[in-house]
Design a protein around this ligand. Structure first.
Ligand SMILES: [Zn+2]
Ligand SMILES: [Zn+2]
Length: 364
């Protein structure tokens, strides 16, 4: 490892959270690095995910000022001595971080990393250091903090992507889309002709609907309270749409399937919807909770499982999603609305109101 005194310092601009609920303010900061195992990435674009927004809303003064953002995409500007897989000029999409050393990481299950929480929500490197310490701000959110002109990542949380792809569009692959699609394809392994309901057609739910269509599930029932979203869900993968403000969800599901559904993907984080998900489940069916809750075994082989990042290994799954996108089967670009970096607070407000499904910031 390079000694601290050898470390370069870069002037960057980043959106800093200093107050609960925001607004985020774009400030000039000093960032040291990259260390031997790190990659300095010039961030071209970053998606905004609900985890960023939740963090703003639940921030405590004792958390101190932080830089959020965990759907970054950009161009490699500098690599540490130990980095082998990428070089200056490569295009990369960033994803969640994992330790790489624990049993789960070594057996190919980085979403179950024993240090997952620290690596993604610790606002520090795994050794406790923080590249933004000179500015009194903490970074390393999901091993990136991508609401910034530059971020430090490692080979564990970056994926090299072809240069001909538009990095602005690719940015959200690293969290929300990977989570939705990975839940259907990796975690649930939804089979052809099985029935699935998707509660909440935000970015994660839409990705689940597109993936359900790819694997041949039928019916695919989208449930939401926003008619425009349901309309888009029908175009992207859903075979049926239920407006939860107007319709009785459980009885309509019975009308459609003749019984219940084999799978529910629950993204709304509402207790009422969680309960409904269990009610509409067939025996031996599974509810996937993408809400941070953990799972349980229920009656007649029914179960709920908590899922993190769609059990996806980014270096394998993101290229697969890109190939599906290029084949026209995973048109996630239709979810995206672009905002200039300076409009980050507008983008967050639009996402909160549900007007924008997936805001992407154009940063540099
Ligand atoms: Zn996320
Ligand atoms: Zn690990």
């Amino acid at each position: 490892m390079a000694r601290k005194s050898d470390m370069q310092v870069h002037k960057i601009k980043a959106a800093v959270l200093r107050k609960r609920g925001g607004p985020l303010k774009i400030e000039s900061l000093e960032m040291e690095g990259p260390r031997d195992d790190e990659v300095l990435v010039r961030i071209v674009a970053s998606g905004i995910c609900h985890t960023d927004i939740d963090f703003c809303d639940y921030w405590e003064k004792s958390d101190g000022p932080v830089v959020l953002g965990h759907e970054g995409a950009g161009v490699v500007e500098q690599v540490g001595n130990m980095v082998k897989g990428v070089k200056r000029g490569d295009h990369v999409v960033l994803s969640y971080q994992s330790c790489g050393r624990c049993r789960q990481c070594r057996s190919g299950h980085p979403t179950d990393c024993e240090r997952f929480y620290e690596a993604n929500f610790g606002f520090a490197r795994l050794d406790g250091s923080n590249a933004l310490y000179r500015s009194g701000v903490r970074g390393h959110f999901f091993g990136q903090s991508s609401f910034a002109t530059h971020a430090l990542a490692t080979e564990r949380n970056l994926v090299k992507v072809p240069k001909k792809l538009n990095l602005d569009v690719m940015a959200p692959l690293g969290c929300g889309l990977q989570t939705g699609a990975g839940t259907v394809m990796n975690s649930l392994k939804v089979a052809k002709r099985s029935s699935i309901a998707i509660f909440g057609t935000g970015a994660v739910g839409m990705a689940a609907a597109m993936a359900a269509r790819i694997v041949g599930a039928n019916p695919i029932i989208g449930v939401d309270i926003r008619p425009q979203r349901l309309k888009l869900a029908l175009e992207l993968g859903a075979t049926h749409a239920i407006d939860n403000r107007r319709d009785r969800v459980a009885s309509l599901i019975t009308d459609i399937t003749g019984s219940g559904v084999d799978y529910v993907v629950e993204t709304t984080a509402s207790q009422k919807m969680h309960g409904l998900a269990i009610d509409v489940l067939n025996p031996r069916g599974t509810v996937a909770l993408l809400t941070g809750e953990s799972g349980a075994t229920l009656l007649e082989g029914r179960r709920t499982i908590g899922i993190i990042q769609g059990d996806a290994m980014p270096q394998l799954f993101i290229p697969k999603l890109i190939a599906l996108y290029q084949a026209g089967k995973f048109p996630f670009d239709r979810l995206v609305k672009f905002y200039n970096f300076s409009k980050i607070n507008t983008a967050i407000a639009d996402a909160k109101r549900g007007d924008t499904i997936k805001p992407v910031l154009r940063i540099s």
